[in-house]
Design a protein around this ligand. Structure first.
Ligand SMILES: [Zn+2]
Ligand SMILES: [Zn+2]
Length: 341
């Protein structure tokens, strides 16, 4: 096994089980350190003691590199693989295999933990055909939301990556945004910039306790904007995790889902374990309203891209047909849909 792959997979699986960021970072840092050396150089450094004394290499990462160099799957990684292996129910595995990509993911440009190429590498590792990079918009300052200037810069990076070998012919990094739905229902980014994006996920992140009429009006404003493709985590609820719990926002679900269905806006099934948003009952109502769905990870780290398994399980439990899930669509169809505006 390649030592770099062993370190990266270890980081990925630790993130998948929501290990603390500092713990994960140690493995990625070690991978970055050894990436500078040829395989021969690495082997020489491992055997003569220089590797162990290298800054950024700890006892655990040293052990993993050593075992990988011996051609074995490192014991730590083998344990982790066993611990995190999920046996999906057959219907869930079937839907999961039909998912072609993910329309909601963050990088360190806003509040994600890694650079964009690391997210691309993980998406490709999972077999995705596309991933939408959807960093936050300006008003979400706590999440380092992107100003118009920074979004333009990010779009250049996305274009460069797509033109390089980092993505490859079978994978496309989509230019996107998770744009805040402002109090008045407008979208928190310049229209001309939104028009340039492949995918626009619109979400509410503030004043989640507003009364139903206020929240409904706000959400309908965003859905009526033809630039919106996906309605992100529609209730904002938190059901577990380090940020505590939060009840779902109140809004007129029938009005909101009818508007989504009419406008062709997909209702996101947010796969994050602490969100599980929308709740089952609302997935059911969106289904009855005729909505499209997008099963997204809302990844803030490469390993989080694996959360799609959880979203797939919820879609199956709710009886959502694969055809209604835009992320089962191949790229041309997906882009034809987002290009409807
Ligand atoms: Zn969000
Ligand atoms: Zn997000």
């Amino acid at each position: 096994m390649e030592p770099i792959d062993a370190l990266n997979e270890t980081a990925f699986l630790l993130e998948r089980e929501l290990a603390p960021g500092f713990k994960v970072k140690a493995f990625r840092r070690a991978a970055a350190v050894i990436a500078a050396w040829s395989p021969e150089e690495l082997a020489a450094r491992a055997s003569d003691g220089r590797l162990k004394a290298t800054k950024g290499i700890g006892s655990r990462t040293f052990e993993i590199i050593g075992e990988a160099l011996e051609g074995r799957v490192p014991a730590y990684l083998a344990d982790l693989r066993e611990r995190t292996a999920e046996t999906l129910a057959p219907a869930v595995a079937e839907l999961r295999a039909q998912l072609r990509g993910d329309l909601h993911a963050h990088s360190e440009w806003s509040d994600g933990t890694t650079d964009i190429p690391s997210m691309v590498a993980a998406a490709r590792f999972l077999g995705h055909r596309y991933l939408a990079l959807t960093d936050h918009s300006p008003s979400l300052t706590v999440a380092n939301g992107l100003s118009p200037e920074r979004l333009e810069e990010e779009l250049d990076v996305v274009a460069e990556l797509n033109a390089s070998a980092a993505t490859g012919p079978d994978f496309t990094l989509l230019a996107g945004i998770e744009v805040d739905i402002l109090d008045d229902g407008s979208l928190d980014q310049e229209n001309a910039l939104l028009d340039r994006l492949d995918v626009v996920v619109a979400s509410v992140h503030s004043k989640l306790r507003a009364d139903s009429a206020t929240m409904t009006k706000r959400m309908l404003g965003a859905i009526d904007d033809s630039r919106t493709d996906v309605l992100g985590h529609c209730t904002g609820r938190l059901v577990q995790g380090s940020r505590g719990t939060r009840p779902p926002s109140e809004f007129d679900a029938d009005a909101v889902f009818a508007a989504c269905a009419a406008a062709g806006v997909a209702v996101e099934i947010n796969s994050r374990p602490e969100r599980q948003d929308p709740p089952d009952e609302l997935i059911q109502r969106a289904l009855e309203a005729g909505c499209l769905f997008s099963i997204d990870s809302d990844a803030h780290a490469p390993g989080h891209l694996g959360f799609l398994d959880l979203g797939a399980a919820r879609a199956v439990a709710a009886g959502v047909p694969a055809e209604r899930i835009v992320t089962t669509w191949e790229l041309p169809r997906l882009l034809a849909w987002t290009g409807r505006r």
